[in-house]
Design a protein around this ligand. Structure first.
Ligand code: PEP
Ligand code: MN
Length: 338
């Protein structure tokens, strides 16, 4: 539930309410908006035998239930936008962050070439899978720890932060040692054990939407991470399954404004997996920013024709740089930066 405090509430009154709730075993979250101060409350509400007793505390205006099944991730609970800090990068703030790089780390040469190119074009985060969730067991599965080491070297040389996928709890400690942002892939969005485990790390988590997940299921998956103690969650729309077969998935850009309305978490869009063909990636990226995305996750490969994974949807460095120029104009038009 949320407690809306009166307009002219005093500091001591806010503290008194929070203390009372915490003593009763509730978790509280204070949100100071320009209009009102709101206290979000999580816990077994049956303990509060009558909410009327809260409403009579000085300074309290109203006590309202959170109707959504997700609580901590809802806008009702926290009206202001969450900004996820990744070292000096603020994701969800005015600046739009582009995370770019190859689908998979394949070699030192490939990764460094991609890293320098995306950095030059204005990306702030380098992507690259070391553990790859491949549909077929007979194809390249990733360089694993060697890939993580190459990512760390690329970070050292370029100053980019790194994002890489963690596929299971077995490899989580290793991946968390290297990654600046842990990526949970679409196929693992409802791997609840993994979600609970990443909740215990202090790393930012990028949670991809499952390709058959509703927005509510996606937010409930995010709720696992936040409720488990890690509020640093970034949501990523990466396309859902539809009847269409020309594109790899159907990039659901409707999810961007909807999720930003329902939740305070930052939202990024992955147009590469969303559409699956490099030719359309720039158009979808422009649309994503116009729709309100806080960032993009884009596949870039120095030689897509030689890629061991997702070549057809990977941009060449030059195409990526041209796209970034176009995106700067969109960012300007919507009063954001890139
Ligand atoms: C990826 O980012 O390379 C990836 C495997 O994405 P998804 O989980 O969205 O398929
Ligand atoms: Mn990929």
């Amino acid at each position: 539930m949320i407690i809306v405090m009166k307009h002219n509430v005093q500091e001591e009154q806010i503290t008194a309410v929070i203390t009372k709730l915490q003593e009763a075993g509730f978790q509280t979250h204070l949100s100071r908006g320009t209009e009102r101060t709101i206290i979000g409350v999580i816990g077994d509400e049956r303990i509060l035998t009558d909410k009327i007793s809260l409403e009579v505390i000085p300074g309290v205006e109203r006590v309202l239930p959170i109707l959504e099944p997700y609580k901590l991730t809802s806008r009702t609970f926290k009206p202001e936008d969450t900004v996820v800090q990744v070292d000096n990068l603020a994701i969800g703030d005015k600046k739009i962050h582009v995370m770019a790089g190859p689908c998979a780390v394949e070699s030192r040469e490939q990764l460094l070439e991609a890293a320098f190119a995306v950095k030059e074009a204005g990306a702030t985060v380098l992507r690259g899978g070391a553990f790859k969730p491949r549909t077929s067991p007979y194809v390249f599965q990733g360089l694993e720890e060697e890939g993580l080491k190459l990512l760390a070297e690329a970070r050292e040389l370029t100053g980019l932060r790194i994002i890489t996928e963690v596929m299971d709890i077995r490899s989580l400690p290793l991946v968390a040692e290297y990654a600046d942002i842990l990526q949970i892939g679409a196929r693992n969005m409802q791997n609840f054990i993994l979600l609970k485990e990443v909740a215990l790390t202090n790393k930012p988590v990028l949670l991809k939407r499952g390709f058959s997940a509703t927005i509510e299921e996606w937010l409930l998956a995010a709720e696992y991470i936040v409720a488990g103690g890690n509020p640093r969650v970034i949501l990523c729309e990466r396309g859902i399954r539809s009847f269409e077969t020309y594109t790899r998935n159907t990039l659901d850009l409707t999810a961007v404004p909807v999720v930003k309305y329902l939740s305070h978490l930052p939202v990024v869009v992955d147009p590469s997996h969303g559409i699956g063909k490099w030719r359309f990636v720039a158009a979808m990226s422009r649309a994503a920013l116009a729709a309100g995305a806080d960032g993009l996750l884009v596949e870039v490969h120095p030689r897509p024709e030689e890629a061991l994974c997702d070549g057809p949807q990977s941009l060449k460095p030059k195409t990526f740089a041209i796209m970034m120029e176009e995106l700067r104009q969109i960012a300007r038009a919507i009063q954001r930066e890139l």
